[in-house]
Ligand binder design. Structure first.
Ligand code: SF4
Length: 215
């Protein structure tokens, strides 16, 4: 099977799997604002999606939009992030975003260059921003997505999957489809539920006939 067919197979089976098994998180509901989409991704960094889902009403109940968020004090931010862990780090990051937003008179980045110069400029958050706000195709690449792509597409070892340039390029290529958002979510869900870090469920996996992973 050539590369193209292997990629097509991957996309097709994951999107089918997602229709039935996709997880139902608040930030995936119809009518969610860009503000919620972007800040959900900020909250999702280094945190399990289920944990963020429980915390979601607390954060967005308090800060439903920019107007509310920019009024938050440092103490308030630390307090509100406490249940989620890493609260000092998160509060500091949020402060940076708020200060920058104020400095630019409420202007958010309009393209990839502005994004790269902004406080959203980590690989994961800037891709999320590009996908949800700029409505362009981008991979929500994190450690789970990297692991699935590596196992399925690349035989042999890769040391640091998330920072491997080859995997980042692959993620971009694979998610470059019309249903980019859904495919991203499918990959994230599938890697969390089936292609797990330990004991992946290969026997029942829809990708098993084409997967390069050797147990
Ligand atoms: S066959 Fe196993 S390693 Fe390959 S994608 Fe499926 S669960 Fe992951």
């Amino acid at each position: 099977m050539d590369d193209k067919n292997k990629t097509r197979y991957f996309r097709y089976h994951l999107l089918k799997w997602f229709e039935v098994n996709g997880r139902n998180f608040p930030w995936r509901r119809e009518g969610v604002t860009n503000f919620e989409l972007v800040f959900s991704e900020v909250l999702l960094q280094r945190t399990r999606a289920e944990t963020v889902a429980q915390y979601y009403p607390v954060f967005f109940g308090r800060y439903p939009d920019w107007n509310h968020l920019i009024q938050a004090t440092d103490e308030e931010l630390e307090e509100v992030f406490k249940p989620l862990g890493l609260y000092k780090h998160r509060a500091k990051r949020m402060r940076k975003i708020i200060d920058e937003y104020k400095l630019k008179n409420g202007e958010l980045p309009k393209n990839r260059d502005e994004l790269n110069d902004s406080s959203f400029a980590s690989l994961y958050t800037s891709n999320a921003y590009e996908l949800f706000v700029l409505k362009r195709r981008a991979p929500l690449i994190d450690v789970n997505m990297s692991r699935l792509l590596k196992r399925y597409f690349i035989p042999g070892e890769v040391q640091d999957v998330r920072n491997d340039k080859k995997i980042q390029e692959l993620a971009k290529k694979v998610t470059n489809v019309k249903a980019c958002k859904e495919l991203n979510w499918a990959i994230l869900d599938f890697s969390a539920l089936v292609c797990k870090v330990r004991n992946p469920l290969c026997e029942e996996c829809v990708l098993r006939f084409k997967c390069s992973f050797q147990k």
